[in-house]
Design a protein around this ligand. Sequence first.
Ligand SMILES: NC(=O)c1ccc[n+]([C@@H]2O[C@H](COP(=O)([O-])OP(=O)(O)OC[C@H]3O[C@@H](n4cnc5c(N)ncnc54)[C@H](O)[C@@H]3O)[C@@H](O)[C@H]2O)c1
Length: 239
Amino acid sequence: MSLKAVVTGGARGIGLAISERLAKASYEVLALDIDGSDNTIPCDVSDEKAVAAVAAKIGPVDVLVNSAGIWKFGPIESTTIDDFAHVLDVNLKGAFNTIKHFGSGMLVKGKGSIVNIVSIAAKQANPAVGSYGPSKAALVSLTEQVAIEWGPRGVRCNGVGPGLIPTPGTNNVYDTEAMREIRAKAVPLQRLGSPNDIAEAVYFLTSEQSAYINGHILYVDGGLSKALMTLLPRPDDLG
Ligand SMILES: NC(=O)c1ccc[n+]([C@@H]2O[C@H](COP(=O)([O-])OP(=O)(O)OC[C@H]3O[C@@H](n4cnc5c(N)ncnc54)[C@H](O)[C@@H]3O)[C@@H](O)[C@H]2O)c1
């Protein structure tokens, strides 16, 4: 019998690439998405009752990947409390809901792997994206909490933090060649990432090769989040 994996936000972008990578590794993949088209199971992860109902229908799973995520652009002074809360509802509460309802089956089996898709924005302040950074910082914290509470019971929990990844969700940022080039040059590896770069890291964290990794955040960003000091001139630069 094949292993089962649930991937939230699996209809497109990073979640779709993760679903395809896990399917290639012979998982039976169940993709949950608020957009229920294209072979996904319709489910709004921020709605606990909906998540509980889907989890009861699917039964125990071996892997859970939380990739569903949203962001809303705008400076703090014009961000409404509803927008602030909506992002937290999906990115943080949504992950909590799936961890609770799919994790319970893992605890019964005494085995499972959970991977939360966080962001470099969890640690690097990101201008004008409302509660996106705070939601991902809190998701890092939740990841670590699950790791220590459920590690003793055989369930690992880790995170993957993508850098700059063109996807349907971020296309409005990357739709000009000029912007793609400028952003790629800011990355130490000199290129933007792809959904597959993230999917490979997620697959690793679900596999036996990572059996002793628990409570870890693996940043997959070409080194971007370590590049702060490259912004500063050196004495030689001044001639
Ligand atoms: N693309 C990037 O550069 C980048 C960088 C860092 C982190 N991330 C994170 O990666 C994840 C995937 O991002 P992406 O770029 O693929 O975005 P995307 O918008 O292309 O895909 C997100 C998917 O999540 C689904 N979704 C949204 N709200 C939902 C809800 N309430 N319930 C269920 N599904 C819901 C959407 O329908 C969509 O299919 C997100 O958590 C995002 O924060 C992305």
